[in-house]
Design a protein around this ligand. Structure first.
Ligand code: RFL
Ligand code: PHB
Length: 407
């Protein structure tokens, strides 16, 4: 067995793990990333598209914002389409100058992986049978945490001070916490999102969130030449049932006349169905093990919060670890879970609310539908209602000195 030693072992090479690695590297803290998939698979995964300004600031702090600055698209508003009429939410005006940036998660991942390669940092991809051990031992104990795995038939053991569980919803870290030490909160939605990526210009300059009798739809983008569209579909649907023709036809059925006229269709380059879920783990720290990102919480994508929450966890975690290694103070570590969860629950509430407001639930009674319509009308007709949506959409502030400076 190969035995290595590092300060922080990071499980998972998604945006959370990669961003943490980069921030630790910048602070001179040693770490190793252990990922179960192939690097090419990780780099190609199509997911989120919208970054809050605070997430962009964190990428800047990590020194990986060059490509983002070149090609990221700043959006100062979104459209909400209901009853065939579009209503613009002026994010910029309602939040006193804030905006969101359209920049694909795939690009964030690639930028971080490239920076990692340039800095010659250690990652183990295609690691099998990853296990985390002894993370609840106190720092005065003889034993300390370690991670074991195999790669290409070779067994490894990594001794460390801390383990960062950045291994997503299906990861091993949360599953390794004793049942009586962890509480989870969950809501599963009775539908999914069918997503299509296509090299066609976006239907409009801004995102359009669509509430229609036929269900929710979303017109998003990755660039001025690449579009990302979503349709609410029953969970029982299979991707194979959705030819490109059927997808575009159904999207048109949910859009207004002007958008149908402007819609450019083309062959899909990716098509997948994602189930929708709300999920939170409490706490997020277990001795020397921290959970971050999707390993600790999931939101339905309606509010575009998943990747941004992963980034805010990493902001708190990296700052706590830097504080610990530079001053010896445990304060950030001790407050990690509580601080993260405060922001997470607010984002959970917002994502749940957006999902309820804009989707069709089979269980909706006629009364429910009328109430939803009235709620949406209230939000769109009132500046207070629009402001509530806007300030949550652009991202709530962090309770962290370094990131409070500009926002
Ligand atoms: P990830 O990206 O799931 O990465 C976890 C990594 O851990 C690896 N792993 C393991 N490694 C070693 N050992 C094990 N036992 C392991 N088990 C798992 C996995 O292979 C993987 O590489 O989690 P992370 O880093 O926390 O990042 C979270 C984000 O990926 C996620 O929240 C977002 O994609 C959610 N999301 C969106 N978020 C936004 O902020 N804005 C959006 O617009 C947005 N749109 C979306 C989304 C997610 C979607 N889907 C597919 C769920 C749209 C969609 C359709
Ligand atoms: C995306 O572009 O993938 C996207 C945008 C906004 C959302 C969810 C997903 O709310």
């Amino acid at each position: 067995m190969d035995v290595l030693t590092t300060q922080v072992a990071i499980i998972g090479s998604g945006p959370a793990g990669l961003l943490l690695g980069q921030l630790l590297y910048k602070a001179g803290i040693s770490h190793i990333i252990i990922e179960q998939r192939h690097a090419d698979y990780v780099a190609a995964r199509i997911r989120a598209g919208i970054l809050e300004q605070v997430s962009v600031d964190l990428l800047k702090q990590a020194g990986v914002d060059q490509h983002l600055n070149e090609v990221g698209l700043a959006h100062e508003g979104i459209e909400i389409l209901t009853d065939g009429v579009k209503h613009r939410i002026d994010l910029h005006k309602l939040t006193y100058g804030k905006q969101v940036i359209v920049y694909g998660q795939t690009e964030v991942t690639k930028d971080l992986m490239q920076a990692r390669q340039q800095a010659n940092l250690t990652s183990y991809y295609e690691a099998h049978d990853v296990q985390v051990h002894d993370f609840t031992s106190s720092q005065t104990d003889q034993s300390s945490p370690y991670v074991t795995f195999t790669q290409d038939g070779q067994a490894y053991r990594i001794n460390c001070d801390f383990i960062a569980g950045c291994d997503g919803y299906h990861g091993v870290c949360r599953a390794s916490v004793p049942q009586d030490k962890i509480k989870t909160f969950e809501k599963v939605y009775p539908f999914g999102w069918l997503g299509v990526l296509a090299d066609v210009p976006p239907v409009a300059d801004e995102l359009i969130y669509v509430q229609s009798d036929r269900g929710f739809a979303l017109c998003s983008m990755r660039s001025k030449t690449r579009s990302r569209y979503y349709l609410q579909v029953p969970l029982t649907d299979k991707v194979e049932q959705w030819s490109d023709e059927r997808f575009w036809e159904e999207l048109k059925n949910r859009l207004d006349t002007e958008s149908v006229k402007n819609l450019v269709t083309g062959p899909s380059i990716e098509k997948s169905i994602a189930p929708l879920r709300s999920f939170v783990t409490e706490p997020m720290r277990f001795g020397q093990l921290f959970l971050a990102g999707d390993a600790a919480h999931i939101v339905p994508p309606t509010g575009a919060k998943g990747l941004n929450l992963a980034a805010s966890d990493i902001a708190y975690l990296s700052s706590a670890l830097v504080e610990f290694y530079t001053t010896g103070s445990q304060q950030g570590i001790d407050e990690y879970s509580e601080k993260c969860l405060k922001r997470i629950w607010k984002a959970e509430r917002f994502s749940w609310w957006m999902t309820h407001l804009l989707h069709r639930f089979e269980s909706d009674s006629e009364f429910d539908l009328k109430i939803k319509q009235a709620e949406l009308a209230y939000v769109l007709d009132s500046e207070a209602g629009q402001t509530t949506l806007a300030e949550n959409y652009v991202g709530l502030p962090y309770e962290l000195k370094a990131l409070e400076l500009n926002h």
